[in-house]
Design a protein around this ligand. Structure first.
Ligand SMILES: [Zn+2]
Length: 246
């Protein structure tokens, strides 16, 4: 009965279940969102060890039976992100990132860009936690978290229009952002939007177009505008409400 397959997976959530089991919410490269049960994994001598925790990247063997839950039959660690795991700020950022993936990607459709982005984000949080850089100079944790969400929105097909007014196509005189229109808007079309600064617009263009680790330094007020722009876009078009980034 059923079949066994291999999956490259990130543990988004890990919940205690029954006497000694865990239920895992996974994001996999091959099959998108998968839920699985790891039987006996909370016993002291479990062969799974401590690797079925949130944010672990695993090479899993999953058995598909009749139930909606796959059964984990093997698990090897690809990356445990140990520095991230020992830093409270990074753990919070990783948890909110995984939560955004849970809300935006709920189907069994694979989405490689989203999977690769999540792996890169966790690796970046791990590296920066190791360097104690999340609170230091360069893009702060808020900026990095926003860039991750913008790229995640792009991978999900809900990227805001940033190149020209989302209502009339005008490229000059961008002054506001409208979640309903799905992007930036010009002075003639700003009704229903909220004002954004040139810095917030520049930040979004850089975040969509470049690596997460290389972002222009912009004031916190601009980052708050970016967060509202992403939130409004996803609420209007994906019907998803994300938790606050920081
Ligand atoms: Zn316009």
């Amino acid at each position: 009965m059923g079949r066994t397959y291999r999956a490259d997976a990130i543990v988004l959530r890990s919940m205690r279940f029954a006497e000694a089991d865990r239920v895992l919410h996974l994001y996999t490269a091959e099959r998108g969102r998968v839920n699985a049960i790891a039987k006996g994994s909370r016993r002291p001598k479990s062969r799974f060890g401590g690797r079925l925790e949130p944010f672990f990247r695993l090479d899993l063997m999953l058995h598909e039976g009749r139930s909606d839950l796959c059964t984990v039959t093997g698990a090897a660690t690809v990356d445990g992100y140990p520095c991230l795991r020992s830093d409270g700020v990074a753990i919070g950022a990783a948890a909110r990132g995984c939560d955004a993936v849970l809300r935006l990607f709920d189907s069994a459709e694979p989405n490689r860009p989203a999977y690769n982005l999540l792996c890169r984000y966790l690796a970046l949080l791990d590296r920066r936690a190791g360097e104690d850089a999340l609170a230091g100079p360069g893009p702060n944790g808020h900026a990095v978290g926003l860039a991750f969400r913008l790229k995640l929105a792009l991978a999900a097909g809900f990227s805001p229009e940033l190149g020209a007014c989302a209502r009339c196509g005008e490229r000059e005189g961008i002054v506001a952002f409208s979640g309903a229109a799905g992007g930036v808007v010009c002075g003639s079309c700003e009704a229903g939007g909220f004002p954004i600064s040139a810095e917030a617009h520049r930040f979004m263009l850089a975040a969509i177009g470049g690596p997460i680790a290389e972002l222009p330094a912009v004031p916190e007020a601009a980052l708050r505008q970016v967060e509202r722009a992403i939130g409004d876009t996803l609420a209007h078009h994906a019907h998803v409400n994300l938790r606050a980034v920081a």
